[in-house]
Design a protein around this ligand. Structure first.
Ligand code: CP3
Length: 363
């Protein structure tokens, strides 16, 4: 027997008990029972919090992602304020792409904007491999955070190849992803070369976070819902699967999330996820039937519901907890990110309500 720092006895060779690996969040991801349904919010660190707006007042977005002191403080803000069950690293999906040599900026109110869009074989060559030294600020921030967070797990993340490719090919946010699809259908060889490069960048970025101590990772394929299931399977799934398979040995849960992915939920699970993120369009019991019994689900309150009066919010939270009982594990979240105009008090109340309604007596 060995005794870990939390004083919990653990037998050698058995999973360590106590600490973030035994938290309600990680337990739910592993489909193990826990004291309550865990809850965190995509984009919980951001413009809905006055303390975030204050600290970011004169610091551009990309610069703030490269300063471990700011990353640490901004990541901790929602944990302190709301009592969420997990922190998510403050960064952005384009941070590793910038580290790979692509000239881009994150423009307030718009999103990522790429100086020279990636559309030819020569452009793809401009995406360099990355290693720890290229994102040492992320390594440092994760280590600082793990030390600060104690038993609260830290979620690392990266953008999936399709969503990153869309920003690079379009040059910025797009509603139709028309140029991206034109490249995908018109030059599949170049498309696969681009996604293969991006998959290596994403995998390297996630490995830095895993080596520095994150307790789970989320792969954001936010725009995958733009594709049919057949095209997703043919043009995208192999690349996301490469990323998720590359982390299989890390021993931490892998969450795979997209928006508008009702038709893709099964395929996104098959890509190698332990937890599938579901947007608000698909009830969690329906999603579970599509995903299968061997994966947990995460979601799925419509972020716009948080702008309605409290009784509406409460009813929606109750319904989602009920529907989530059909899943072998449920992590409560929104169906997409927190809207900037959200009242932070409402987020705090949702956390308390989820904990209260889902509390289970100790086994
Ligand atoms: O979830 C969190 O709290 C962690 C932080 C986080 C950010 N971006 C911070 C951010 C995460 C997980 C992301 C991921 C991200 N970035 C995604 C995937 C998630 C999703 O929303 O689907 C995408 C598509 C991006 C690209 C991106 N970056 C967009 C669309 C925007 C918003 C542009 C705007 O101003 O409306 C950004 C900028 C960004 N990333 C902000 C934050 C807090 C806003 C920047 C600011 O505060 O000025």
């Amino acid at each position: 027997m060995t005794t870990d720092t939390t004083g919990t006895a653990a037998r050698d060779g058995e999973p360590r008990r106590g600490g973030p690996a035994d938290s309600p969040f990680v337990r739910a991801c592993r489909r193990e029972p826990g004291p309550h349904t865990p809850v965190w919010f995509m984009r919980q660190a951001g413009r809905s919090l006055p303390e975030y707006r204050e600290i970011r007042a004169n610091v551009p977005m990309l610069e703030s992602c490269r300063r471990p002191d700011l990353v640490t403080e901004i990541t901790l803000q929602p944990v302190r304020r709301h009592g969420v069950d997990a922190a998510i690293l403050f960064s952005d999906i384009v941070v590793p792409v910038a580290a790979a040599g692509i000239d881009l900026d994150i423009v307030p109110g718009t999103g990522p904007v790429v100086a020279e869009p990636v559309r030819t074989a020569a452009d793809v060559e401009r995406i360099n491999p990355i290693g720890r030294d290229d994102v040492s600020y992320v390594d440092e921030a994760v280590r600082l955070l793990v030390a600060e967070l104690g038993d609260t797990p830290l979620i690392g993340f990266a953008g999936a190849p399709f969503t990153l490719a869309s920003y690079l090919v379009e040059g910025g946010p797009s509603r139709t992803h028309a140029k991206t699809k034109a490249l995908m259908y018109g030059d599949p060889e170049l498309w696969h070369a681009l996604c293969a490069r991006l998959a290596e960048v994403t995998l390297a970025f996630l490995r830095v976070q895993v080596d520095a101590g994150v307790s789970a990772v989320q792969l954001f394929d936010s725009w995958a819902g733009a594709l049919s299931e057949a095209d997703y399977r043919r043009y995208v799934l192999p690349h996301s699967a490469h990323v998720l398979a590359g982390l299989a040995g890390a021993g931490i849960p892998r969450i795979h999330f997209g928006v508008g992915t009702a038709e893709l939920l099964g395929a996104m699970g098959e890509a190698g996820a332990d937890v599938v993120g579901v947007d608000w369009r698909t009830p969690l019991d329906v999603a579970t039937r599509r995903i299968g019994p061997d994966k947990a689900v995460q979601g799925n309150l419509d972020p716009a519901v948080l702008l309605a009066p409290w009784p509406v919010v409460e009813a929606a939270v109750r319904r989602i907890l009920d529907e989530g009982r059909a899943a072998p594990g449920h992590v409560f979240n929104l169906g997409h990110g927190v809207l900037p105009e959200t009242d932070p008090e409402v987020l705090t109340r949702v956390v308390a309500l989820v904990h209260e309604l889902s509390a289970r007596p100790a086994a």
